[in-house]
Design a protein around this ligand. Structure first.
Ligand code: CA
Length: 420
């Protein structure tokens, strides 16, 4: 099966879920879960029921050539990703058949392998070998350029010619629900003064999405843009926590370092690129002609609605940003073609994040730096307090979904609470 697995939009499951569920039968993402015994296994989810794929395979419900039980008994998806897109298509196809309302015979046996989401623990889905962060939103790059450089020439000369990126740190990528400890670092309080060492006063978020590499290229080989998506298994929500005061002092001349590598949070579900196929759309028209290796006639952006909530310590939820991944100037295919044009080898489980996804309007900016415009327009919250940056006790939750007439492909959420 080399074509994307497109699941009938009218198909329903015998497992009930509301029409706005993130996880209908058309989604069936992959994740890693454990029960109270702490043993990690590969799973999927439908509605609010976590589906134990190890259990289904053990009982003969999943029969996929080339699949080994150890691929599903792992603490990460990497071993399964190694088997390739077509193996994962076969698994998702089996799941569609098992969970479809037409399947009336095995329901009680399948139910043995379903667990309420609330009753299990979700883990990091992939062991991330290398993590790259791009800077692919024109609106975000322009806003930052206006605030920190020259408003008339906010974009640097290279920006419209290549997807700017840097190598991040994989070891501090954490799964949704992990507390984020406020980092300390060197901060220059006033221009010209010597720095102090202190906890960051400007802790921020970055609303991003990330793609996971499911197919490797050899060192020295490039991935042509036309086949870039064959190397991408799926997408996650990504929050690239950032300490702006540390960043401002340290980033010249080599870019972000300790302002970024203290933590990045990801959502637990790997949403398959196949499930997003109906939401494919064109990105913005390039403003300048591109070199051939970055040109792609196929629509390569995805219409995924994104929202950021700030929850104060009293539990009040404030919607602070609504954006969409379709705004990205540089697509995942362009990012991957560029990443490998020099022969850099991508490995299974590598993660490439989009960079902050800001939209065209001020309520669609994907960082507090932009939402509160460098502290000049603090956000007024429901509890009467204001924020330019995050306080201890604040929680940030990012949600995302692609909306179809008959269902939605949701990403769940990525959440993290700030602690001292
Ligand atoms: Ca970032």
């Amino acid at each position: 099966m080399n074509a994307p697995l497109i699941i009938d939009p009218t198909l329903k499951s015998w497992i009930p879920y509301p029409i706005d569920s993130d996880f209908p039968i058309q989604n069936l993402p992959l994740g890693i879960f454990s029960k109270s015994d702490g043993i990690t296994k590969v799973c999927s989810i439908i509605g609010d029921q976590v589906v134990d794929l190890f259990g289904l395979y053990s009982d003969g419900f999943i029969q996929c050539p080339g699949l080994d039980i150890s691929d599903l008994a792992s603490g990460y998806l990497n071993k399964l990703l190694q088997k390739g897109k077509n193996t994962i298509r076969e698994i998702r196809k089996d799941l569609v058949q098992l969970l479809s309302e037409a399947n009336t015979k095995d329901q009680s046996l399948i139910k043995n392998h379903l667990y309420p989401l609330k009753s299990v623990k979700l883990h990091l889905p992939v062991k991330v070998g290398d993590y790259t962060d791009f800077y692919s939103s024109r609106e975000h790059a322009t806003n930052v350029g206006m605030m920190f450089r020259d408003p008339a020439n906010a974009l640097l000369p290279n920006w419209l010619h290549l997807p700017v990126g840097y190598h991040g740190r994989a070891s501090s990528i954490v799964v949704s629900g992990t507390d984020i400890k406020r980092p300390k670092g060197q901060i220059q309080l006033k221009d010209g003064e010597a720095p102090i060492l202190d906890s960051t006063r400007q802790l921020d978020i970055e609303l991003e999405m990330a793609f996971v590499i499911g197919k490797e290229n050899k060192l020295g080989d490039s991935i042509p843009i036309e086949i870039a998506e064959q190397h991408i298994q799926g997408l996650l929500l990504f929050n690239d926590w950032s300490a702006r005061d540390i960043q401002r002092w340290e980033y010249v001349p080599l870019g972000p370092f300790l302002a970024k590598n203290f933590a990045s949070s990801i959502s637990p579900w790997l949403i398959d690129l196949d499930a997003l196929e109906p939401f494919r759309t064109n990105g913005p028209e390039p403003s300048l002609p591109l070199l051939d290796y970055l040109r792609n006639d196929k629509p390569s952006n995805f219409d995924i609605e994104l929202a950021v909530y700030l929850i104060t310590s009293d539990g009040t939820e404030n919607l602070i940003c609504k954006s969409n991944s379709k705004y990205l100037y540089w697509s995942m295919s362009q990012q991957l073609a560029h990443h490998t044009i020099n022969g850099c080898n991508m490995q299974i489980g590598d993660l490439c994040a989009s960079g902050t996804i800001s939209g065209p309007t001020p309520d669609s900016y994907g960082s507090m730096l932009e939402l509160a415009w460098k502290g000049t327009k603090p956000l007024l919250l429901k509890d009467g307090t204001t924020r330019s940056f995050l306080l201890d006790g604040d929680t940030i939750t990012i949600k995302g979904f692609a909306q179809h007439d008959q269902y939605r492909i949701g990403f769940g959420e990525v959440s993290g609470r700030i602690v001292a």
